[in-house]
Design a protein around this ligand. Structure first.
Ligand SMILES: Cc1cc2nc3c(=O)[nH]c(=O)nc-3n(C[C@H](O)[C@H](O)[C@H](O)COP(=O)(O)O)c2cc1C
Length: 398
């Protein structure tokens, strides 16, 4: 693999079929590096970076080290995303990012009340004229193929989608990604794949689809349709099953989590050290489902983390690193047999307690911790919807 990609260069990469969606608080460099080791998606995103009239003055350190620091390698192209309310501030910030990235993405989808209150994210969709003017002005300033747009299907209702989309589809954008829900929907109901699929037949603009792609069969069904959907991106589905991109059905989940914890520990305390490890080419080495290769990853990290393989059960992860491991576990457990849903695991106050909890469950239930089965259970979708089970089921049936 290292021979194939000698230097990370997003401009030489074309979009593949399945990418990792941008997720604020999740898909930072440390996460992307871990995904890259695990079996990478074909491309990924940074979480949004907010721009204001004064920020950023330069590309923030560690925003996209894959592009900024020569020699920092992961196996996937990364798309930088910006978010904010004002088009002049956007193009100024985009110009900075475009010094090192071939194109930049604008977030027109974030539904959070704070973001909307600030007239950013999905708020740009509230009026077609505002959206259209923002994207037209930016596209004209940045030039052809230098801008991509990530949007929801509307602000209040998905029936706003066609006029929103048509107002920008003649522009020379790199692509448009559509999360098939309106801002008001948040994560309710099902992501509407039909609207972007139909739109893709009416335009030559590449369209990517987002929302509720939880397993490989979902994307296959999208491509089997006669639509010209270019690609799909996976957000929560990749947290629930980080092996979704390689389609594996078993994985050494505990060892992979351990590497995740060590990477987070370094990232949150001394990101420069993590970059040094990454510069050594470690984002280019896939471990995937082979337990031995995860041990080799832990060994190679040892020089930086100070943790040997023998010590992994007892590592003193910082509270912030442990919180991130638990966040990931709160998703991954939904892809494991029901016994792993045990809520006490998430209450562990230390990594060693967390680790031994999972080990005990493996032993009691005769699972090999190196080969935990990964499955997709639709019944657990509601857990990640922000709704109660009853409300979720009600919205699904509408
Ligand atoms: C925790 C979290 C953070 C997110 N952050 C971003 C973001 O920074 N930028 C963005 O465009 N979308 C963001 N999204 C939306 C996702 O990219 C995606 O469009 C949405 O979750 C639907 O896809 P899914 O069903 O595969 O999760 C975020 C979603 C989640 C769950």
């Amino acid at each position: 693999m290292r021979d194939r990609i000698t230097r990370f260069d997003v401009s030489s990469a074309s979009l593949g079929q399945l990418g990792l969606a941008p997720m604020e608080g999740v898909t930072d460099f440390a996460f992307r590096l871990w995904m890259s080791i695990l079996g990478p998606p074909q491309f990924s995103w940074t979480p949004f970076l907010r721009f204001t009239d004064t920020f950023p003055r330069s590309i923030p350190e560690y925003f996209i080290p894959e592009l900024e620091s020569p020699g920092v390698l992961t196996q996937m192209p990364v798309i930088p995303q910006l978010m904010g309310p004002n088009v002049d501030d956007f193009v100024r910030a985009a110009d900075l990012v475009l010094k090192i990235a071939p194109w930049v993405d604008i977030n027109c989808g974030c539904p959070s009340p704070t973001v909307v209150g600030n007239r950013s994210g999905s708020s740009l969709l509230e009026k077609v004229e505002v959206f259209s003017e923002f994207i037209h002005k930016s596209s004209l300033h940045l030039g052809p193929q230098r801008l991509s747009v990530k949007m929801r299907t509307g602000f209040i209702h998905s029936n706003e989608f066609n006029s929103l989309f048509e107002s920008i589809c003649g522009l020379p954008l790199k692509f448009v990604t559509v999360h098939g829900r309106s801002r008001l929907d948040r994560y309710k109901g099902k992501s509407n794949w039909t609207l972007p699929m139909l739109a893709s037949k009416r335009t030559s603009m590449p369209i990517l689809i987002s929302g509720d792609i939880h397993r490989f069969a979902h994307i296959q069904s999208i491509f089997a349709d006669q639509s010209k959907i270019y690609s799909g991106i996976v957000g929560r589905g990749a947290l629930r099953n980080p092996w979704i991109f390689s389609g594996k059905s078993k994985a050494p989940v505990l060892k992979a989590l351990c590497v995740f914890g060590l990477i987070q520990n370094l990232w949150l305390s001394d990101p420069g050290l993590l970059l040094l490890w990454a510069k050594d080419g470690h984002g280019m080495k896939t471990a995937g489902v082979d337990s031995e290769s995860w041990i080799r990853v832990i060994e190679s990290l040892n020089k930086f983390s100070g943790v040997s393989v023998a010590e992994i059960a007892e590592v003193d992860l910082s509270p912030r690193a442990l919180a991130r491991v638990k966040m990931l576990w709160s998703y991954i457990r939904s892809s494991l047999p029901g016994v792993f849903m045990d809520p006490s695991i998430l209450r562990s106050s230390r990594w060693s307690v967390f680790y031994s909890h999972i080990q005990n469950i493996c032993q009691l239930n005769h699972f090999s911790e190196d080969e935990l089965p990964l499955l997709y259970d639709e019944e657990r979708d509601w857990l990640y919807s922000g709704e109660s089970r009853e409300a979720f089921n009600l919205h699904q049936s509408i």
